[in-house]
Design a protein around this ligand. Structure first.
Ligand code: COA
Length: 376
C-alpha cells in the first residue's frame, strides 16, 4: 500500500508591531511610492524584544497542532527552516521541541535560506512516504529584523518577521505532497549573505564595524536569478506530478517581490489571480513567507478540496525549489478533549523542561562527587 504525506494542520504567528513604509522613510532615505512600485511591499512586522525565532515558531506550531487530533508527543520529527536561527547551535528546532513538549521527536534546523520551507516539507514528506515516520512538524520562522542593516535602504525595506508551521501526517489516501524539485548553485553564494559570525569570519570588533554580521545583497543579480528559476522550477515539479501547467490551481510563491511574481506568471502564461500573494502586508519573511501566504489563503477558504498547488521559492545559497501538492481537506473533527489534552501537554512541557534541568544539575553533582571520590 502506498503512503502519502498530507498537511493536516497549519498555523502562523506574526509580531503585532507593524512597520509601514511611511515609518521606514523616517529611518532611511526612501518613500512609500518607491518601495511599492519596486517591490509591492507596504508594511512588515517587527518582533518585540521578547519574541524570537523559536518563540514565533513554537506559537505557529501550537496553532498548527490545534487543527489536528494529535499532540506534540505524537510528533516524530521537527524541522525548522530558518535564515535567522537563535544560535549557530543548539538548533532552534530543539528549543521548539522542548517548548512544546515533543518528547519523541528528532529536531533539526534546515539552512537553505528562503527555499528552506520547501526543502523541509519535501524531507518530512519523504520520511513519511517511506513509512519511517508518521507525524512531522515543518516550520519556517524568522526574526530577520535583527540581521538587517537599518542604514541600508536597499535591504531594510524588504524583510520582515514571522513564522508559519505545517503538521504533516501519513495516510493511505492519495494526494498530499506529490513531487519536489530541489536545486542549488553555490557559485552565487556571495550575492546574498551574512558574511561574518561563522567559522570563516568569526565575529570580531572589525567584522561588527564593517557590518559583516548583517545581510548583504546584490539586489539586481538576485532579481535576475529569481525571475529565471521561478517559472522553470514550477514547470518541472508540475511535470513530475503528471500535470500540465494549466492544471495548477494555485501557485504559492516566495513573497519577495511583486515584480518577480508577475514575471513568473508571465513566464508560465498563468493568470496572476492563480498566485497567492500577501507580501504587501509582511514583506519578505524568508522561510516563513510561503506558509504565511498559504495559511492565509486556507483560512480565507480560497483553496478548495482537491486543488493542485505548487509552492515555489528561491533564496540565498543560491537555492531554489518547487513542490507540488494535491490539497486534501483534513477530515478529522477536533474535539474539546483533544484541545484540552494539547493545552495540558504544552503546560506540562514547561514544567518537564524545568525538571530536566534540575535533574541534570543533581546528576552532575552526584557524578562530580563520585569522580572526586575515586581520585582521592
Ligand atoms: N528608496 C529609494 N531609492 C532607492 C532605494 C530605496 N529604498 N533603494 C535603492 N534606491 C535607488 C538606488 O540608489 C538607485 O539609485 P541611482 O539610480 O541613483 O543609483 C535606484 O534606486 C535604482 O536602484 P536599483 O538597485 O537598480 O533598484 P531595483 O529596481 O533593482 O530595485 C530591489 C532594488 C532590491 C528592490 C530589487 O533589486 C530586488 O527586489 N531584488 C531582489 C531582492 C530579493 O528578492 N532578495 C531576497 C531574495 S530571497
Amino acid at each position: 500500500m502506498n503512503r502519502y504525506a498530507h498537511v493536516t494542520g497549519w498555523g502562523i504567528a506574526v509580531p503585532e508591531e507593524i512597520l509601514t513604509n511611511e515609518k521606514l522613510a523616517q529611518i532611511v532615505e526612501t518613500n512609500d511610492e518607491w518601495i511599492v512600485s519596486r517591490t509591492g511591499i507596504r508594511e512588515r512586522r517587527i518582533a518585540r524584544k521578547d519574541e524570537t525565532t523559536a518563540t514565533l515558531a513554537a506559537d505557529a506550531a501550537c496553532k498548527a497542532l490545534d487543527r489536528t487530533d494529535i499532540d506534540a508527543r505524537d510528533l516524530d520529527l521537527i524541522i525548522v527552516a530558518t535564515s535567522s536561527p537563535e544560535h549557530l547551535f543548539p538548533a532552534t528546532a530543539c528549543l521548539v521541541q522542548d517548548n512544546i513538549g515533543a518528547v519523541h521527536a528528532g529536531a533539526f534546523d534546515l539552512s537553505a535560506a528562503c527555499t528552506g520551507f520547501i526543502f523541509g516539507l519535501n524531507m518530512a514528506a519523504q520520511a513519511i512516504r517511506t513509512g519511517s515516520i508518521q507525524n512531522a512538524l515543518v516550520i519556517g520562522s524568522e526574526t530577520l529584523s535583527r540581521m538587517v542593516d537599518w542604514d541600508d535602504r536597499t535591504t531594510c525595506i524588504l524583510f520582515g518577521d514571522g513564522a508559519g508551521a505545517f503538521v504533516l501526517q501519513g495516510s493511505d489516501e492519495p494526494g498530499g505532497v506529490l513531487s519536489c524539485v530541489m536545486r542549488s548553485d553555490g557559485s552565487g553564494g556571495d550575492l546574498l549573505s551574512v558574511p561574518a559570525g561563522g567559522s570563516k569570519l568569526p565575529t570580531s570588533h572589525e567584522t561588527v564595524d564593517r557590518k559583516q554580521h548583517l545581510i548583504q545583497m546584490n539586489g539586481r543579480e538576485v532579481f535576475r536569478f529569481a525571475t529565471r528559476v521561478m517559472a522553470s522550477a514550477t514547470r518541472e515539479t508540475a511535470e513530475q506530478a503528471g500535470w500540465e501547467v494549466d492544471d495548477i490551481d494555485f501557485v504559492i510563491p516566495h513573497q519577495a517581490n511583486q515584480r518577480i511574481i508577475e514575471s513568473a506568471a508571465r513566464g508560465l502564461r498563468l493568470p496572476l489571480d492563480k498566485f497567492v500573494v500577501n507580501l504587501e502586508r509582511y514583506g519578505n519573511t524568508s522561510t516563513a513567507s510561503i506558509p504565511l501566504a498559504m495559511v492565509e489563503a486556507l483560512d480565507e477558504g480560497r483553496i478548495h478540496d482537491g486543488a493542485n498547488l505548487v509552492l515555489v521559492g528561491f533564496g540565498a545559497g543560491l537555492t531554489w525549489g518547487a513542490l507540488s501538492m494535491r490539497w486534501v481537506e483534513p477530515k478529522v473533527r477536533v474535539t474539546e478533549l483533544d484541545r484540552r489534552r494539547r493545552s495540558l501537554v504544552t503546560l506540562l512541557a514547561r514544567f518537564r523542561s524545568f525538571l530536566r534541568r534540575v535533574q541534570r544539575r543533581i546528576e552532575g553533582l552526584i557524578w562530580g562527587a563520585a569522580a572526586r571520590g575515586q581520585e582521592d
